[in-house]
Design a protein around this ligand. Sequence first.
Ligand code: PMP
Length: 523
Amino acid sequence: MRASSSARDDSIEAAGTIIGGYVSVTPLEDEEAALLADLVTARLATEVTVTAWRHRLYPDNAAYAASGEPGARAFLDAIEAMGIDAAARRFREACRQLPYRRSATSTLLERRRRALPRSPLFYSRPVHLVRGEGVWLFDPDDRRYLDCYNNVAVVGHSHPQVVQAVTQQQELLATHSRYLHEAIVELAERLQSTLPPELDAVMVVNSGSEANDLAWRIARAATGRAGAVVTAYAYHGLTEATHALSPEEWARGEQPAHVATIPAPDGYRGPYRREDDGWVQRYAAHIDDAARALGDRGFAAIYLDPAFTADGILSPPPTYLREAARRARTLGGLLVADEVQAGHGRSGTHLWSFQPSGITPDMVVMGKPMGNGFPIAALAVRSQLLQAVPEEVELFSTFGGNPVACAAALAVLAVIEEQGLVANAAEVGSYLRHGLLTLAERHPLIGDVRGEGLLLGVELVDAARGPDAAEARKVTEAMRERGILLSATGPAGNVLKIRPPLVFRRQHADLFLHALDEALASS
Ligand code: PMP
């Protein structure tokens, strides 16, 4: 590549455009793209050096010999000003021919608000992203953000093994599950091998909502009852049936008559505190009251997210689930473990977060991280419960369990195992938790630190130890400005929600802790 003969202040950008044009005809391998900045710099340095040498050799012809030199020198200066690493990233980006980066952020925001008025965006200055890699997300200017929030990219953004599995399968066959194909069978068997043997039937769908919705139909059919119990601020989905099971999203005063709530086992804010003997049993005892409140409808099922993510990220001891399961069984209700948030190894001990309790749920729902971004969700269920759904009712979803989605899900499970990501969640999670507890000693804003593995909650409180949602908003905004993405959750919205991809390492935890320390100090 040859720089223009006069200096220009957008030379790096112009180079990106030229590279983009070149690779649109002749694509470069990623390894070649990575060398581009070094090669361009070497070429420019050669030009400057050779010009100087010729200048001395042929003084009479100096003007001609030096004609390209100012441009080369200016371009070298531009690379130096930007830093060779940043220039290398920019050139590499240009080689990747990223789609969807035509609009400036402000224009895109306007278009989005017009075309999708009810589609929520995080932050007062929304983050515009064009690509992700591991724990990092990148904006159109290649500014990187540390992802401490997204559990969907469980094995890291754009994991090559998942990308390869998806593209390979997409090239071969992408059809529905009414034909025989190995991937869905392999996935079902693979999931069963991770679950208690009683959960011997699998159904594959496209979203957590759909899986929970299906679980609700099965629960009603199998029990002949019509009432549900959920925690007071739970989230289980977007569909009509699962919205009814999601108090977090109810409009003011909206509580469907067939749903009763129980307090989530919050040992910090009460009514029962961690310090009190038998506190989890007292929380679980509310299931009896809730089931009774359902009256004639009867108690068909209780849905529990074992990490109580929407309820503020709670991690009661395993006794809670054991006691909840015992009570539900005694009352004749089914227990649905919603692993959409806490599953796929995030809790750091098992693949499924209910497992430390030793219970066997009647159904287990998994989703979000299941395809590392490719839509897929599943329901594992005791097969005898399925018998209650009449044979003539077909349980089929066009996209559910298609070979591409199953290939993604199988690749995710393989990476989690091969890279020891469950153990990593435990190790880095405990390191991060310890760091947060250290911050809590210095920052009275932190009232409580809790969670398991790489699903941690930091409850922010005011001087009277009341929930401080305004601070949580301020801190998440301040962290965003520092290039770190997280969010807040809980009934009061005052619990910082830390839920990064499981490839999060100690050095990432250090970056997070350092930024949080600063953000809290300036609060
Ligand atoms: N259950 C839980 C616990 C969830 O967190 C979510 C999504 N946030 C869902 C169900 C619904 O999943 P989806 O958005 O894939 O429909």
